[in-house]
Design a protein around this ligand. Structure first.
Ligand code: GDP
Length: 330
């Protein structure tokens, strides 16, 4: 199928076409890359601007249970919901989050939902680009909400926060000590914290944990993109489907405020800039992994390790080599 046929079908909300298109953007074959880029150009400005919600949390906190019940609530309200994943572990383990669709049994059978597992790629940078492109495809296909799930480990949170309009942390009820272990940087990225499992025996702990997080969030620097009272923490029970509507109301309140104030669009614009710079950075780093540059890096590294050359002299020499490689190829 040529890309304009595919584009036309995506705009008509054809799910198989959307799946095919995502497969295309996930491919690293040069001809597929060229088609993917043509397709994305054709779809620019089509469909609608979805709310992109990044969702992060440690394994076992209830992400898939939450997506299942929250997603189902949204489709029940008439919204169309797409679920994507950024999985830093898939390259290593060979498996992937969302890979097992039974995790979201109800939602995966819902005609107004679309679930796509994380592409398995060795580089988080590669996964990031493919996920960003998949988000654009979902918007072209008219989805109202795009949920992007990630496991709360290391870099993947930044990656997901930089492609989301709202970044949500899902947390488990915990004692005060554990709370202190939550990295400040991650708290600063969060637009909302949802303390999950606020049910049964865990309910009172969840309420206390939520109060602790609320306190911690209040201590953070006020951000211009937040109205009074945000970022905030609320309790939910994904299992018993409690608090989900309130959480959604808060998310829409925040989004509407940001839209009115112009922060929504300016955040997206800044994200575009971030990804542009990130791709340049990644491409420059990739050059160090190739051919003569790689050998030179290893050679100079040996000299530095052996004590024969200082780190900064070696770095200057390495950069000079890269520059002369550039001159020769120009
Ligand atoms: P994920 O690894 O973050 O995707 O977590 P899962 O959604 O697979 O949930 C891990 C475990 O926590 C499962 O046994 C769920 O049934 C349980 N769980 C998830 N949400 C809740 C909740 O709201 N309340 C309670 N009590 N258990 C939950």
């Amino acid at each position: 199928m040529n890309t304009s046929d595919l584009a036309a079908k995506i705009v008509k909300q054809d799910r198989r076409a959307l799946s095919r298109a995502i497969t295309l953007v996930e491919s690293s074959r040069a001809d597929h890359r060229a088609q993917a880029s043509e397709l994305l150009d054709q779809l620019k400005g089509k469909g609608k601007q979805a709310i992109r919600i990044g969702l992060s949390g440690t394994p076992g906190v209830g992400k898939s249970t939450f997506i299942e019940s929250f997603g189902t609530m949204l489709t029940g309200q008439g919204f169309r919901v797409a679920v994507l994943a950024v999985d830093p572990s898939s390259a290593r383990s060979g498996g992937s989050i969302l890979g097992d669709k039974t995790r979201m049994d109800r939602l995966s059978r819902d005609p107004n939902a679309f679930i796509r597992p994380s592409p398995s790629q060795s580089h988080l940078g590669g996964v990031a680009r493919r996920t960003r492109e998949a988000i654009e495809l979902c918007e072209a296909a008219g989805f109202d909400v795009v949920l992007i799930e990630t496991v709360g480990v290391g870099q993947s949170e930044t990656v997901v926060a930089e492609m989301s309009d709202l970044f949500i942390l899902l947390m488990a009820p915990a004692g005060g000590d554990e709370l202190q272990g939550v990295k400040r940087g991650i708290m600063e990225m969060a637009d909302m914290i949802l303390v999950n499992k606020a049910d049964g025996d865990l309910k009172s702990t969840a309420i206390r944990t939520c109060a602790d997080y609320s306190g911690a969030l209040r201590l953070l620097r006020k951000r211009p993109q937040d109205p009074e009272g945000f970022p905030k923490a609320v309790t939910v029970s994904a299992l018993e489907e409690q608090g989900l509507k309130d959480a959604w109301d808060e998310m829409t309140k925040l989004t509407n405020w940001r839209r009115d104030q112009g922060h929504f669009d300016s955040r997206r614009a800044e994200q575009q800039r971030y990804w542009f710079e990130e791709e340049v950075r990644q491409a420059l780093l990739a050059r160090l992994e190739q051919g003569a540059a790689k050998q030179q890096l290893a050679k100079l590294g040996d000299q530095v390790a052996g004590g024969g050359l200082s780190a900064s002299k070696a770095a200057a020499e390495m950069l000079a080599t890269l520059r002369s490689n550039d001159d020769r190829s120009n």
